[in-house]
Write a protein that binds this ligand. Structure first.
Ligand SMILES: C[S@@+](CC[C@H](N)C(=O)[O-])C[C@H]1O[C@@H](n2cnc3c(N)ncnc32)[C@H](O)[C@@H]1O
Ligand code: SF4
Length: 359
């Protein structure tokens, strides 16, 4: 009897949503939705252009999920425990009428939080509308304040001023803003001081992300990763910082604060301190494939049954079964086998690209 009660407790949360646990007892809580596989940048760590002569194959618009399809799937994910949605890409602001999608998703029962990750180039013109339609917070990717390095890290675009205006517009619109900076050794690691100088004391949290071996194209090597511990020590020498506790269980970034009241910063350390154990994130690609890990090679096609007339119960069963069978913990296993990426990301099973799966 006790085990029955415990089981019911584990699979249903207090709002009555079913909450399946995967094989490592992790609930389904977050859904990242790639609304657009295209991007107006070519960041070398994500969509490098030189090497492949921009030889990308993008989806045709009819191949991408429509807003109605995204909303329907979000409703089914919410019924299985998802509470947070993050719209991403590619560059999500390239998707026409994105605020309308935010508005539709705000009406989905169970969804408590809708966030957006963007490179910020088009943000200034959309910030007010996004907020008005129910967006709760925004993450802007910005790796450096050095114009030259910015150009290199965006694939040749001189758009730093536009990104900074986008950040200002988001703050003015009342959106909480975080900055994501991918740090690559020898490229922008010295630039962290410039970023912090600029944002310290402003209502913005800068988070440093270890360069990851996502996808197959970015020439990742362990030597290019600046471990968060090393970066934190370098920052601490200049501005003393102290760790603060997590906002919630499973939070991806480790939080630190400046001793002098200059605000908060974060570190996302998928390489040096993997956090697979608490990973409750599912991902939906622009064409409707459901992935259970950022480093996955295969996803479950939900668009086919969706467009083939499957009813909600059938679709939900597919999602539930996939989550129940999940055992991914790529980052924890990285380096454990000769195939795992320790020596770079060229010789292993083809992973899905980040711009496609949604970062
Ligand atoms: C794929 S992007 C999509 C959203 C949007 N285009 C942007 O850049 O914010 C999402 C996040 O993934 C991060 N990212 C991409 N490739 C990465 C890599 N190899 N290692 C670490 N983070 C990466 C980006 O910096 C960005 O913050
Ligand atoms: S990180 Fe974002 S902005 Fe850069 S290429 Fe990838 S999708 Fe585009």
């Amino acid at each position: 009897m006790t085990s029955r009660i415990l089981h019911d407790f584990l699979v249903h949360d207090i709002r009555g949503a079913e909450n399946p646990l995967d094989r490592l007892a992790r609930p389904l809580h977050d859904l990242r939705i790639s609304v657009m596989d295209r991007c107006n940048f070519r960041c070398p760590y994500c969509m490098p252009k030189e090497q492949f002569h921009d030889n990308y194959r993008f989806l045709k618009s009819g191949e991408r999920l429509s807003f109605d399809e995204i909303v329907r799937l979000s409703r089914l994910f919410a019924a299985l425990g998802v509470r947070k949605l993050r719209l991403t890409g590619g560059e999500p602001l390239l998707r026409a009428n994105l605020p309308d999608l935010v508005g539709d998703l705000s009406g989905v029962a169970g969804i408590e939080d809708i966030a957006l990750t963007t490179n910020g180039v088009l943000l200034a013109q959309h910030a007010v509308d996004l907020k008005a339609h129910g967006l709760r917070r925004i993450t802007v990717s910005l790796d450096t304040l050095d114009e030259e390095i910015f150009k290199r890290m965006s694939g040749g675009f001189a758009a730093l001023g536009q990104v900074l205006s986008g950040i200002d517009a988001a703050i003015a619109a009342g959106l909480p803003v975080k900055i994501n900076a991918v740090i690559e050794r020898g490229l922008n690691d010295d630039g962290v001081f410039g970023l912090l100088e600029y944002f310290r004391g402003r209502p913005v949290t800068v988070r440093f992300i270890e360069f990851m071996d996502v996808g197959n194209r970015n020439q990742w090597r362990p030597g290019l990763v600046v471990p968060s511990g090393e970066l934190a020590a370098r920052i601490h020498e200049r501005w003393p910082i102290h760790p603060v506790s997590q906002n919630y269980q499973g939070e991806v970034a480790k939080r630190w604060r400046f001793d002098d009241g200059g605000g908060e910063i974060g570190f996302i350390s998928s390489v040096s301190q993997p956090f697979c154990g608490a990973c409750s994130r599912a991902r939906l690609s622009s064409e409707g494939k459901f992935y259970t890990c950022l480093f996955a090679s295969h996803g479950l096609d939900l668009r086919k049954p969706l467009r083939g007339g499957a009813d909600d119960r059938e679709l939900q069963q597919l999602i539930r079964d996939t989550w129940l069978a999940r055992s991914d913990r790529y980052s924890e296993l990285r380096g454990a086998s000769p195939d795992s990426g320790q020596a770079g990301n060229s010789g292993q099973a083809r992973k899905i690209e980040m711009y496609y799966i949604g970062g």
